[in-house]
Every structure is written in C-alpha cells, then in structure tokens.
Design a protein around this ligand. Sequence first.
Ligand code: MRU
Length: 363
Amino acid sequence: MKVRLKNGTEKHFRTVWMKGNSVYMINQPLLPHQFKIFKCKTYPGTIAAIKDMTVRGAGAIGATAGYAMAQAAIESLACRDETKALAYMLKAREEIRSARPTAQNLFYAVDRVFKAIAGEKNGIKAMAKAAVKEAMQTADDDANACRKIGEFGMEILEGRKNVLTHCNAGWLAFVDYGSALSPVYAAKAAGKDIVVYSDETRPRLQGANLTAWELFNEGIEHYVIPDNAAAAFMREGKIDVVIVGADRIAANGDTANKIGTYEKALCAKANGIPFYVAAPTSTIDVKCRTGKDIPIEYRSEDEVHWVSGVTESGKRTKVRVTPEGSKALNPAFDVTPEDLILGIITEKGIIYNSHGLSLGRML
Ligand code: MRU
C-alpha cells in the first residue's frame, strides 16, 4: 500500500519481500517516526526479525517464515550432499516453526514451502528453486486474499461510517492490503466516508504506531483512542461496527487475536454493535477444535514496564512506567469465543454466525 516519503512523494511498498538470497521488510518498531527497510541475509537473521517483532502480524509473519524456509533451502546448497542438505532444511523448519507460537500463518507458510521442497525429486538445486517459487507464491496468495477480504468486507460498511479496530490488522500485518483494514481501504477507494477509531493497544502500541500510520498514509480520518475508552464510545453511539484481525481461528470459530480483543467483543455485544473478524483462510487451524487448543504467547514483562517513543526533538528513547519492584504479566493474545463474533470475513466470502461457526468447510 501507499507510503508517503519524506521528499513528499508516494510509493507502493509490500511489508516483506525476497530478492536474491535476502529477505527485506519494513522495520516496524521504528514506525511511525522513521521509515526504514531491514535486510536479513540468512535464515537465522530472518527468524530473529520475527522473534523481535521487526516484522509482526499473522500474514506478514507467515510470508516471512516462508521466505526464511526458502533461504534455508538456498543455504543448504553449501552442503553439496542431499542427505546433509535435507537435514539442514529440517533443522531450519523446526527453528522457524518455534519463532512465535500463536500466528497460524507461520506454520501454514513454513509447511507449505517445505512440502514443495520435499516434493522435488531432482536434487538440491531444484529443491531450492522450488522453495523460492513456493515462498513467493505464498506471499502473493496472502496479498490476493487480503484484497478479496476488502471486496467482500465492503458490504458490512454499507450504511456504516464509524469503525473501531484493535491492534494492527492492516497491510503491515500482511504482505499487502491487510485484513480488518482492507474493507476500510476498499470503501475509501469507492468514495465512501469512513472514520476509524484505533485502540492504542498496549503494550506494543500497534494501534497507535502502525494502524494510525497506515490510515494517515491513506488519508483516512482516524482517532487513536486509549485502550480503555472503547466501551464509553460505543455507549455514546460513536461506533457503528467493530472489525478486528486474527492470529489463529479454531475450527468452531473461536478467535485468538491481540490481547484486549475479547474485551472489545464483550463491549460490542453489550452495546448491540456488530463485531466482525477479518482473516484469510490460512489463519484457520482446524486442528484446534476450540479456542482452548490455541497456544497463547507470553512475552517479556519488560514490554509492560518500558514504553518506547521519540522525544520532542525526535530522539528515540524508552522510559520505565512501573515501579522498579513491580512484576508484570504480558499475554500477547486472548481468545474471543465464537458466540461474540457476528461473522468472519475471508477471501472466500463472509461466514455469518447464525448457528455457530463451523469452519472446516471453508478450507
Ligand atoms: O503480536 P503481533 O503484533 O504479531 O500481533 C498480531 C496482531 O497484530 C494482531 O493480533 C492482529 O490484530 C492480527 S494479525 C493480522
């Protein structure tokens, strides 16, 4: 999507891409104050970028993981012997799979690229070629799925102007277009007036830093609101619809998304406001029967103790906001039960929740 560069021009970027042996990505922790591209030359470097959230968001993590698998396949050529090369790639697959635990797209992408490698019977060069091709295709599929989510999702914005979203499920969280924000972008392109309320999303502030930056770039009216303000705005009639993304969706429709999503779903229900999840079908994990089966990532308590930003003079800094002796808990995701979700917007259409969501049929 669009990035307004410092020289006043606009340029289209994807969130992550691969060129030669390297993976390139928008350095997300620097946003919204600095726009920089981060380069990973080897697959361990790409894993590190997933772990430290240089790249984050389910679809973007997935594409990056697919590229990391392709890098490992290229690096395995140095082994010369096929058995050793396969052992190298198997080890890489396990390391990439353990980079982050919740986003289903990571497992979807790594397994998809590894399957392409295993299906190639003409030696390690052909395996590496197949891996790169499949990783590129996985990323393209993610972008296309998100574009379609925008087209299908526009119908829920008919007669509705004020959208609340939580965390960042825009294009930075995918390869392009985004999930929850894709219908917003499509509606805006169709000439509709939309206002987005973006929860700031403590502790990593994806809403304040990333969603707001995206909406600014796209010229969409938006307000960053404190995480604890959404219920009050709903009650005041300021919100017409809630759209959030998903990191993993269980077979029954229970949805893991950024911590705080469940609370917003409860608030929406209490105020009679429709609550939608937007996600490509690659986020659905039918091996998880319900949300109870979804692994929830716990991250460092330092993410709660310390807040990063820039000073008035633009210098990047971090400050501690809790007493030295306090402990913190930092679950990165929560699960919204399917009965609070009115529908799931996918690239295949909207699945409405009339009598429970049964998602196996979507795949
Ligand atoms: O921890 P993150 O930033 O990788 O979390 C992912 C998210 O941004 C959200 O939960 C998002 O709403 C869904 S991912 C498209």
